[in-house]
Design a protein around this ligand. Structure first.
Ligand code: FMN
Length: 202
């Protein structure tokens, strides 16, 4: 599937049009369990497309306060082995090792790293932008026909573990977006009562 031709810098972009496909996607969006993601996953060209689309994210001050690490199966398997040893050495519960299955299963994983730092815009806004990148990545994956799952787990909050993925001092994991094909349809889950969460002012 090819993307629309790029629009020249400063040229007008298409105005939004009603899109039943996009509405259906938004109305039925669900994560797949990360450990149930199998082949096929995105190929190299599709990964490039996914990252290009994910990077079209609101970013106050154009700071680009995030970056990507694309993790193939081989790198994740090696890191998971080291994480398993680390979990034992740190005395973490057995579950900390078991959930590494979420890290290794999918054909492709994209680590979205927040590089937020004090700058012209608040750090909070920069971190929100990294979260939006994750969500755009999931939507882009769905548009290419893939299922995905946004995972953090314990190793996203452990500096020693983060270093194994190339996360640098001062950076934070926004999420691992695992991408592939769901082994079976994902089931609907309860959704919040939007009315109860909403205040409408005249
Ligand atoms: C920042 C963030 C981190 C998350 N980390 C995990 C995680 O470590 N493990 C997990 O099972 N789900 C995690 N989730 C939740 C799933 O990605 C998913 O959103 C959740 O299962 C709800 O399903 P839904 O996306 O289909 O609504 C995380 C979600 C977010 C936004």
């Amino acid at each position: 599937m090819t993307l629309p031709s790029p629009v020249a810098l400063g040229a007008p972009l298409p105005t939004p049009i009603r899109s039943p496909d996009m509405l259906a996607r938004l109305a039925t969006r669900r994560s797949a369990p990360a450990q149930a993601l199998v082949d096929p996953g995105p190929d190299a060209g599709e990964i490039q497309t996914l990252l290009t689309l994910a990077a079209r994210t609101p970013d106050h001050g154009k700071l680009t306060p995030w970056r990507f690490v694309v993790l193939g199966r081989q790198s994740r398997a090696g890191i998971a082995e080291q994480l398993a040893a680390m979990a034992v050495q740190k005395g973490l519960p057995a579950k900390a090792v078991a959930i590494l299955a979420k890290l290794t299963a999918a054909p492709t994983s994209v680590l979205v790293i927040s590089t937020a730092a004090p700058a012209s815009k608040p750090v909070w806004e920069q971190e929100l932008s990294a979260g939006a990148v994750c969500m755009n990545l999931e939507h882009a994956a769905a548009a290419l026909g893939f299922a995905s799952s946004w995972i953090t787990d314990w190793y996203s909050y452990d500096a020693e573990a983060c270093a194994l993925f190339g996360v640098r001092d001062g950076e934070r994991v926004a999420g691992f977006i695992h991408i592939g094909t769901a082994v079976e349809p994902v089931l609907e889950r309860e959704r919040p009562d939007v009315t109860a969460l909403t205040t409408i002012l005249p």
